[in-house]
Ligand binder design. Sequence first.
Ligand code: UDP
Ligand code: MN
Length: 590
Amino acid sequence: MSLAESVLVVCSMCRRRCGCGLQLTPLYLLLLALLLLLLLSAHTQPGSGRHIPRGSRQHGQFPPQHSALELIPSDSFSEDQFIAATARAARPRSRRRVYRLLRAARRTQDPREGSKPVQLKPAPPESQLERQGLEKRGFNEVVSERISLHRRPPEVRHPLCLQQEYSQNLPTASIIICFHNEAWSTLLRTVNSVMDTAPKKFLKEIILVDDLSDQGHLKAALSEYISKLDGVKLIRSNKRLGVIGGRMLGAARAIGDVLIFMDSHCECHNGWLEPLLDRIANDRTRIVSPVIDVIDWKTFQYYHSVDLQRGVFNWNLDFHWEPIPEYEQKWRKSPTSPIQSPVVSGGVLGINRNYFQNIGAYDPAMVMWGTENVELSLRVWLCGGSLEVVPCSRVGHVYRNHLYSLPDEEIVVKNKIRVAEVWLDSFKEIFYMRDTPAYLLRKTEVPDCMERMQLRKRLSCKNFHWFLTNVYPELSMPEDKSRHSGVARQRFLHFEYNSFKEIQFGAIVKFCIDVTNEQIILQNCHIGNKMESEQQWDMQKSGEIIHVSTGKCIEAIKNGTSKDLFLRPCNKYTTQQLWRLETVTVMNKR
Ligand code: UDP
Ligand code: MN
């Protein structure tokens, strides 16, 4: 049987066996959960980091060109069996738990990297009350309560920023602060800091959107406090909208020329608003972001970032900050010049109100929270606008710690799928290869993106290849200095075959294909530091995967009713050793 024929056999058998392709059966989910748990639990150190999906500061440069490999078994060996074979050691946990672990694994970057502390208050000892606050809020509410509702961050702008002069006729701003169960102190410090810093003539209004909070302090007490503030409106939603819907509700009521969306735990610097308005006044298709500094979730110390950064995303569509590339550095005339940014963070951004509505606001089918900033950013770039970080504008944001549990991660995955389907064109395949939960969900639920596709057409938006060529040429596969970087996927799992000849599994934490007693298992990667590693493999064009140290091939072998993977002498007459490798090439940019 030829390789092509054998692939066909696999597909037809699978369809018959599962009825509807590889669906999310409970067993299948459990197996996936087990595997992910195995991968994540070994690497997740409790309390080691922070969760910052919309504002993390990960760093890394990627090579401009790569190819990806798709790995599909050549015969009746199926992927759930593979999971069973590799996940043996794991204990069963719920799917939610797996998502939580996924989140925990993303928290490994310290957002203060490249930041300088500004000591405002000594860190108090941690009490039980504080720990409770952490779980409820994701930050130390006890400390926050001890800090003035009117504290002002110290001056950290570049001296040239202080010499900038702005027109007296800048557009006016509506500040939209959407919140769900925000702490009293952080919410009101946000409101007060806007009022204390934004010049009255440019501040049209502050619109607070209460996204169905149920905590007592946000009821009558808040209404009363707000009623005494000039120009602050409070809208209460009677259903949970999430940050996406809440901001759109606020935007629909706003009357200022410019909308500033702001999280409900921010602190503004002096002079933060004018530079943003100035950029939009000169071009209403510019979306602007301040430099977003870090307010420590534990101590509420203010850390200002020293290096200039821009917002980007990876193939999982997760947002992060990275230092600006050299060409951008050269292009900028002055330390006060704005920085072109592929993505803006979700925490604070400014946009002309009419332009926001004209380009389609937020995607109303994206729910609750997450990836809305990536979607807006892609849409703006592709449909004629631009995005920038304005260095003379600074706002601090409380990045939550990991104890805080987010809205269901599955929602974020659904949002990502919409972004991929609407904006990524054929490049969405790379996203699905890298994001296993998204790949699985997409198999069972096909989102209706018709309206957004029509919007894309109506606005004559460019394609994603243009974005990769002109806006974010650095987006590539996450392996530095690779000679043969790639992704191998066994239908829904993806692997990376790297320059050390390792086959790695896992989008966030990496495990490597290894061997024990001739059985194929997943192990911690040796990360290429052992030259005679058991984890090195040769991928043959003909379809075999050869273990470098023994010269044997990976073979799927029947074990009762299922099949496991073993090392066996290579045998070109068996299809059980053949794996289909497909190359997905991403064009070189620039
Ligand atoms: N938020 C909301 N409804 C929700 C979830 C979040 O109104 O269902 C608000 C939240 O209070 C905050 C903003 O949306 O003002 C962004 O959420 P969060 O700060 O949790 O996101 P992060 O900064 O951690 O990315
Ligand atoms: Mn936030």
